[in-house]
Write a protein that binds this ligand. Sequence first.
Ligand code: DOR
Ligand code: ZN
Length: 448
Amino acid sequence: MNKTLLRGVRLYGEGDPVDLLISDGVIAEIGTDLADADAEVVDAAGQVALPGFVDLHTHLREPGREDTETIATGSAAAALGGYTAVFAMANTDPVADNAVVIEHVWRRGREVGLVDVHPIGAVTVGLGGEKLAELGTMARSAAGVRVFSDDGHCVADPLIMRRALEYSKALDAVIAQHAEEPRLTVGAQAHEGEQASRLGLAGWPAAAEESIVARDCLLALHVGARLHVCHVSTAGTVEVLRWAKTRGDAIAPQATRAGIVPQAGRPGISAEVTPHHLLLTDERLASYDPVNKVNPPLRTEADAKALREALAEGVIDCVATDHAPHAVQDKDCEWAAARPGMLGLQTALSVVIETMVRPGLLDWRGVARVMSERPAEIAGLSDHGRPLEVGEPATLVLIDPDASWTVRGAALASVAGNTPYEGMTLPGRVMTTVLRGRITAHDGRIRA
Ligand code: DOR
Ligand code: ZN
């Protein structure tokens, strides 16, 4: 059966409930009391329909650390979280700094078929920060890479960063920077502030992020290239972005390339924030539980508040999970030895509802903007983040806004279980995820 009838949904959480008939992968009809004898009927009364979410920052760990996540388990977590496309970070083993690894990830993502897996290419060989990777070869590979990042590491050398921006401009791509001046974070374990002093943890100063963001904005403006700032974590970075964006609009939209429709308003300088930086602060570190260790670190409530406001305002463009699965032995250990990172794909929406929707900072249109439309624009995806209209791809998510659920790491689809929300009850639940007309997840279960 290639038809589905979604009954009683509220598009973008607005207006009266409607039925949505999906046929051959597209939205064929929107109306009331629709009927189709051939269609699978999904009773979605009162559920909010949004375009499927796009995550610009996912660590899928394959190849190399399949003991923590695979492309299959990470894709399942994504579909259950309402995602229809994810961008897989390059810090795998081997590193995705060449077309062979890139095409492997891309092919495996297609085989699994639950979300569109777009591999991100490394900026430098082996994430070493010294020699540019062959960006052009990755761009021309079957995966058509258009996002490059050394995430986990900062492209710290300003000349390498400049060259990367120049190449990415020629390739109609974007450089996603993990902004962390490494000389300022040697041995760092926590946000540099009162809490770190109290706990005796070496500090990771806000300036280590802010100085790189300022530098990279200046370089991107100089070169006329597109820069995306990963996981913004400080109020100061928001101020730098606010300044840079007043100048960034001067960058012309990039040239058309085959198969990809250039999107209006494709940004010159863009930025993401993680759900955990919106909700959690360094107050949590008192337990010394490494589940709270993440890079950049959890910061202060003043920072989190600035991030929420910046996301509402559009100074920060979108939410990205930085979904970072880790093995038990790398988390259940002393703080200093633990690896940074936390799961995010299945909890992202609920954390966004808790931090942004409930306090009235975003409505459902706003959620669609920050979790779907804007990330699709930033990455140049033409088939995600589309309006929910007749003729558009049926790539969408249905949400029960009134439900709540209690997070259990062991029950999540990821191989690893390192969620910082263990035992917390969070609002909102993904009920159904649809990718090009096919239901990928429904009522907490994957549809193979
Ligand atoms: O917390 C983090 N974990 N930050 C990063 O930049 C990398 C990531 C990982 O790969 O585990
Ligand atoms: Zn990072």
